[in-house]
Design a protein around this ligand. Structure first.
Ligand code: GTP
Ligand code: MG
Length: 300
C-alpha cells in the first residue's frame, strides 16, 4: 500500500448518558481506556482512544453524555462535548436499541444538524444484543427520521457485532494523512488519570440516586515503592458532596470502601503491570459540582 493511502483523523461519539459510547470506544480500541457503568454521566472528560490499523489511524474521542444540565459540572460537560464536535472529522450519534428515541435524542439531533454540513454524522444503534432483530430494524428506521445521516449502522459492543463495520465507516470519512500517535499507544490519557478513573468506576458500583454524580477521585501521590521495582504506591482521595454520602461510601466500619479498594486495585495492577498498594481516603467537598473553585481543583 502506498503512503498516500493511509488515513488518519478523529471521530467522536455523541449520545445521551448511558447510550454505550464508552463501551463502544473500548471495543474499537480493543482495550479498556474509558470506564463504563450503568449510571448516567459516567464519562466526565474527553478521552482519546487510538485504533491502529495498517490503512489508518483512527482517534476516537469519547465524550460525556449530552443532557439537560442541572449543575455547573453539567454545563461544563455539555460545553466540552460541543467543543469536541468542531474538532473531529466524523461524528457517531449513539442511540441504544432498547430505549425509545426521545426528546433528549431529538435535542442532540437538532444540535448535530448544525454541524452536519461540514462534518458527516453516522447514526449508530447500540446494544443490539438486548433486543430482537425486528426491534433493531424498527429502531434504525426511527433513527433515520431524526436527522440526515451519512450512514446508519447497528452494533453491539458486548458481542463485538459489527464493531469492525463501524470502524470501516469511520475510517472512510478520515482524510489522508500519516500516523498521529506512536504505534502501540492506545490513549493519551496520563496514567494517573486512568488510575483515578478506575477507582471512580469501582466506587460507582452499587451506589444509587444522586451519589454517582457526587463522587470524584483525585490521585494525591503515585510512585514506585523505594527499593522495589514490582510495587507502586497509590494514595487517592474519593470526594463526595455531603457528610451523609461519606458514610455510604465507607459502609459499615469501612467495609464498602474496602471492597471498592480491592476491586480498583486489581484493575490498576492490570493497567500498570505491577503490584499496587492502594490507599483510599474519603473526604467531603461540599457541593463541589456547583462550586467553580472546587471544580477547578478537581480538574474540570
Ligand atoms: N448489553 C449491552 N450493554 C451495553 C452495551 N454497550 C454498553 N452497555 C452497557 O450500558 C451501560 C452504559 O454504558 P457506557 O459505555 O458507560 O455508556 P456511555 O454512553 O459512555 O455513558 P456516559 O459516559 O454516562 O454518557 C453500561 O452498563 C454498559 O455495560 C452493549 O453493546 N450491550
Ligand atoms: Mg461514557
Amino acid at each position: 500500500m502506498s503512503e498516500a493511502e493511509h488515513r488518519s483523523g478523529f471521530a467522536c461519539f455523541v449520545g445521551r448518558p448511558n447510550a454505550g459510547k464508552s463501551t463502544l470506544t473500548n471495543a474499537l480500541v480493543g482495550s479498556k481506556i474509558a470506564i463504563t457503568s450503568s449510571k448516567p454521566q459516567t464519562t466526565r472528560h474527553a478521552i482519546r482512544g487510538i485504533v491502529h490499523r495498517d490503512d489508518a489511524q483512527l482517534i476516537i474521542v469519547d465524550t460525556p453524555g449530552l443532557h439537560r444540565p442541572r449543575t455547573l459540572l453539567g454545563q461544563r460537560l455539555n460545553d466540552l462535548v460541543r467543543a469536541t464536535w468542531s474538532e473531529v472529522d466524523v461524528v457517531g450519534f449513539c442511540v441504544p436499541a432498547d430505549e425509545k428515541i426521545g426528546p433528549g435524542d431529538r435535542f442532540i439531533a437538532s444540535e448535530l444538524t448544525k454541524i452536519a454540513r461540514r462534518t458527516p454524522v453516522i447514526g449508530i444503534v447500540t446494544k443490539t444484543d438486548l433486543v430482537s432483530k425486528e426491534q433493531v430494524a424498527k429502531q434504525l428506521l426511527e433513527l433515520q427520521d431524526v436527522m440526515d445521516f451519512a450512514d446508519l449502522v447497528p452494533v453491539s459492543a458486548v458481542e463485538s457485532y459489527q464493531v469492525d463495520v463501524l470502524a470501516d465507516l469511520l475510517v472512510e470519512r478520515l482524510p489522508e494523512g500519516p500516523e498521529l500517535y506512536p504505534d502501540g499507544d492506545l490513549t493519551d490519557e496520563p496514567e494517573q488519570t486512568l488510575v483515578a478513573e478506575l477507582i471512580r468506576e469501582a466506587a460507582l458500583e452499587g451506589v444509587r440516586d444522586e451519589l454517582p454524580h457526587s463522587i470524584a477521585v483525585t490521585i494525591e501521590e503515585m510512585y514506585p515503592r523505594e527499593g522495589r521495582d514490582d510495587l507502586v504506591d497509590v494514595y487517592a482521595i474519593v470526594y463526595v458532596e455531603r457528610p451523609s454520602q461519606r458514610g455510604i461510601v465507607l459502609g459499615h466500619r469501612g467495609s464498602r470502601l474496602k471492597e471498592v479498594g480491592a476491586k480498583a486495585r486489581k484493575q490498576i495492577e492490570a493497567l500498570l503491570g505491577s503490584k499496587v498498594y492502594l490507599n483510599l481516603h474519603v473526604k467531603v467537598a461540599k457541593d463541589w459540582q456547583r462550586d467553580p473553585k472546587q471544580l477547578r481543583k478537581l480538574g474540570f
